[in-house]
Ligand binder design. Structure first.
Ligand code: FAD
Length: 455
């Protein structure tokens, strides 16, 4: 049962979603452009950083309140809902739980101003097996030097705050475990830093190399000869060998570099990119220190991920709810064989099953959101159950909603095909359906996972 305050919050979110977010959703998908206008609206409404404690300027609300807002956004725009997830859960939760006062102030300031933090875990060779990551954070004096490569990082090129996971090595090169580090990038330039094809001007704007274009061109010509002297129309692909060699020649290859943007199937308004770290220097006081210390960092930090999972489950739920509502209305309007298609039992049973599954997912999500798995985070088992069920359900429900529309659902003029594409991601990102099933089994059987490297 929701309280009166929670119902008010939900109504406020619904009002914003219907009036401001829904009208732009198709364009966000079509243009693959980050919805800065929506971010401004979310920020003004207080939906970014609402879980941040009051002492740091947030509203001090819980995961359940965030869930209510996320579902309303996701009914119309999955991208905007994901921004609310990352503006309240994931990195925000980890930093608010384990961060120093300085780190909390830093994160709160950015998020409350609309920044969607990026969580950098996955690597090309370390997906489900995240602990096999090879990104290194080497302690040198009073700072860590980070080297490695991540991919599929949501918000690469638009996020300012990054929570970067890496294997930590002490000064004697002894591995300490997996830790996380806060890194803040400069404000994104006017042009998002995720364009696939780059000109020299783009690179100079992005990295502020302190060189004029003519000087940069002279330097490149000295280093590479004619290949880099093709005038204003010379371009390179982001993340390509040319791009990285050009950065190196301009002395701009150090630090955090945004690589290739993934041509994602759905949720296209948020860039998913590679992020490369080349001698990225992070002051020691920006290492996030979980309670059991660095050696247990990953386990502790993953507890914070339980709220992110509940958030992801809610986006899946909202997308499915949006598709179902459209299908329900259409079934009442569309006539075939002289009557509304809603009068055919084949569709009635489809709609009935859809409504049951939506309610079941919502029940699991609200229960997980209100649960306590320690440290202020949802319970791991309940979060995994909610995400697993909601993700599978969203694929089925959005597909059936499209089916109810017939050819009209297959048209890009309606939102159904976008909803099918958007819903497809949730059995993959943030723990695949298979990995979650194994996690759930290990919890209910009280056994270590047998399907891991050490198992
Ligand atoms: P793999 O691990 O290679 O898995 C391939 C297949 O094998 C899957 O079906 C998987 O279920 C199965 N499999 C693997 N291991 C097992 C096992 N033990 N038992 C049974 N089956 C198994 N990562 C980030 O760090 N930050 C982000 O912001 C982020 N955003 C993302 C956004 C999107 C849209 C997507 C699609 C991904 C994102 N990811 C992000 C990456 C995501 O977390 C990984 O894709 C996920 O962990 C799976 O890794 P993988 O894709 O390498 O698949």
């Amino acid at each position: 049962m929701l309280t009166a305050t929670q119902i008010d919050l939900q109504a406020r979110a619904r009002g914003l979603a219907e009036s401001r977010i829904a009208p732009r959703a198709a364009a966000v998908d079509r243009d693959e452009a980050y919805p800065w206008d929506n971010v401004r609206a979310l920020t003004r409404a207080g939906f970014m950083g609402m879980t941040i404690p009051k002492a740091y300027g947030g509203a001090g609300l819980g995961i359940l309140e965030a869930v209510l807002v996320i579902e309303e956004m996701a009914k119309h725009c999955g991208v905007t809902a994901r921004i609310v997830v990352e503006g309240n859960m994931g990195a925000v939760g980890a930093i608010m739980a384990y961060g120093t006062a300085k780190q909390k102030r830093l994160a709160a300031k950015l998020v409350l101003a609309g920044d969607k933090p990026a969580i950098c875990i996955t690597e090309p060779q370390a997906g489900s097996a995240a602990t096999e990551m090879t990104t290194r954070a080497q302690l040198r004096g009073d700072r860590y030097i980070i080297n490695g490569k991540k991919h599929w990082i949501t918000g690469g090129g638009i996020s300012r705050l990054h929570l970067i996971f890496a294997k930590v090595y002490d000064e004697f090169d002894q591995e300490q475990g997996i830790g996380a580090f806060l890194v803040v990038r400069d404000k994104p330039r006017k042009k998002p830093e995720t364009g696939e094809t780059l000109t020299l001007q783009d690179i100079l704007a992005e990295h502020g190399c302190g060189l004029s274009e003519a000087a940069a061109r002279r330097r490149l010509r000295r280093r590479f000869g004619k290949r880099h002297a093709l005038g204003a129309r010379w371009t390179m692909r982001r993340g390509s060998k040319d791009h990285l060699e050009t950065l190196a020649a301009l002395d701009a290859a150090k630090g955090l570099i945004i690589g290739r943007r993934e041509p994602a199937m759905g949720l296209r308004g948020i860039p998913e990119t590679e992020i490369l770290f080349n001698d990225l220097e992070v002051p020691e006081d920006m290492a996030l220190m979980p309670p059991r210390g660095l050696a247990h960092g990953f386990g502790d930090l993953m507890r914070a991920y339980n709220s992110q999972r509940v958030g992801a489950a809610t986006v899946a739920l909202g997308i499915a709810q949006g598709a179902y509502s459209l299908a329900l209305a259409y079934a009442g309007e569309r006539r075939q064989f002289g009557r509304p298609i809603a009068e055919f039992q084949g569709l009635q049973w489809m709609l009935a099953d859809m409504s049951v599954k939506l309610e079941a997912a919502r029940g699991l999500i609200h229960k997980a959101a209100a649960s306590n798995g320690g440290g202020g985070f949802p319970d791991m088992l309940q979060a995994a159950q909610a995400k697993l069920f909601a993700a599978d359900m969203a694929i089925e429900v959005t597909n059936n909603a499209l089916q109810i529309f017939g050819a009209a659902g297959y048209s890009r003029e309606r939102p159904l095909e976008r909803m099918v594409r958007d819903a497809r991601m949730f059995t993959i990102g943030g723990g695949t359906a298979q990995v979650l099933r194994t996690l759930i089994a290990s919890k209910i059987l009280n056994r270590r996972l047998p399907q891991t490297r050490g198992g």
